[in-house]
Design a protein around this ligand. Structure first.
Ligand SMILES: [Zn+2]
Length: 347
């Protein structure tokens, strides 16, 4: 494995998305429609990507991303570029067993005719020498965001998507991406499937990659359906316990987790000992900006179960639905909190 060599311990990053400027898309909204069209939209997305990078750099974030400025949604935008999915033919399904959504239908064999994000990744690469991370949806989360009238098998469709994701991931790697992250919030819900074929399809997606790879498993964006669901999970969230043993044995390098204000017992991290852990130390479901000391507290707790050279401070999830000022404050808090712990470790 080629390894990212960040300049310092505890390299910070975000889970992926950042708010978009209000001239590009309506703020604080998921699936927010674009406000521009045609060439203006293409130019606007590039400008927004530049801004997202700049804000991360201003905040001192070590591993930067595109802030997902060129996509409307972390799953659907990727699927929109594939053959075999009909976006006009919509069906209502329950996403992650939690909320109804009108989703497109799989109507034939799925395939990728051309790269989806590779040009965007090249553009980000051209703007910075810092390590860059690129997020893709994971196979299980993709199938959970679709109605499948063709394969009629969640597992079969997941294997097909894994092959497609692998094609895209190899090209992202060639474009200079240092860490490719697969978002698999569905791993926190479908435990039997995770163990039967979920982790296996994820490994298929990263087959042959030499760059580092990550899987992001969270409790979702801070939207109402998710926060309501969290209220039903009781005093201890032990969902990670189900997937961790298999993930520990898998080829994935980094596991990205939701830890800030979550009820996840930190000692579960022991189950993935040996992996790098992106510890979510920023809550994306509240506008309250963490103090650096709150961030540091979460990192300190995680350090009991992750070696310092494997701990990557991060956010619980994407910050797309937040206001830009709030997101900026949270990025600064993440940096400052990581700094506190770096100083403690240097003593
Ligand atoms: Zn997430």
């Amino acid at each position: 494995m080629a390894l990212v060599h960040p300049k310092q311990l505890l390299p910070t990053s975000t889970a992926g998305s950042l708010p978009k400027p209000s001239w590009l898309a309506e703020p604080e909204k998921l699936w927010s429609p674009w406000k521009l069209q045609d060439q203006e939209l293409l130019d606007g997305k590039k400008d927004a990507l530049r801004l997202a990078l700049h804000e991360q750099q201003q905040a001192g974030i070590d591993i930067v991303s595109d802030g997902e400025q060129t996509r409307q949604h972390f799953v659907t935008t990727f699927i929109e570029h594939l053959d075999g999915v009909d976006f006009e033919k919509r069906e209502t399904v329950k996403i992650r067993d939690r909320y109804d959504a009108s989703v497109p239908s799989v109507v034939g064999a799925v395939s990728r005719q051309k790269p989806v994000f590779v040009e965007d990744a090249k553009f980000l690469r051209s703007l910075t020498d810092q390590p860059i991370k690129w997020a893709l949806p994971g196979p299980m989360t993709m199938i959970d965001t679709l109605y499948d009238g063709h394969y009629k098998s969640r597992e079969k469709l997941a294997w097909e998507f894994a092959k497609i994701l692998n094609q895209e991931a190899r090209e992202l790697e060639a474009a200079g991406v240092d860490i490719i992250q697969f978002d698999e919030p569905a791993f926190n819900v479908f435990f039997d499937e995770v163990n039967d074929w979920g982790v296996a399809t994820l490994e298929r997606a990263l087959e042959g990659l030499k760059c580092e790879t990550a899987v992001h498993i969270c409790y979702g964006y801070g939207i109402k359906a998710n926060t309501d669901w969290k209220k039903t999970l009781g005093s201890e969230w032990r969902q990670y316990e189900e997937a961790f043993p298999k993930l520990q044995q898998s080829k994935i390098d980094i596991v990205s987790l939701e830890c800030q204000n979550s009820r996840v017992p930190m000692d579960l991290i022991e189950l993935i000992r040996g992996k790098k852990v992106m510890v979510g130390a920023i809550d994306v479901a509240t506008n309250v900006i963490e103090t650096p000391e709150e961030v540091a507290n979460t990192l300190r707790k995680a350090l009991q179960f992750v070696d310092a050279d494997k701990l990557y401070p991060s956010t619980n999830c994407g910050m797309a639905p937040l206001g830009r000022e709030v997101a900026r404050g949270k990025l600064n808090a993440l940096s400052a909190g990581a700094d506190i712990i770096r100083q403690e470790l240097a003593r």
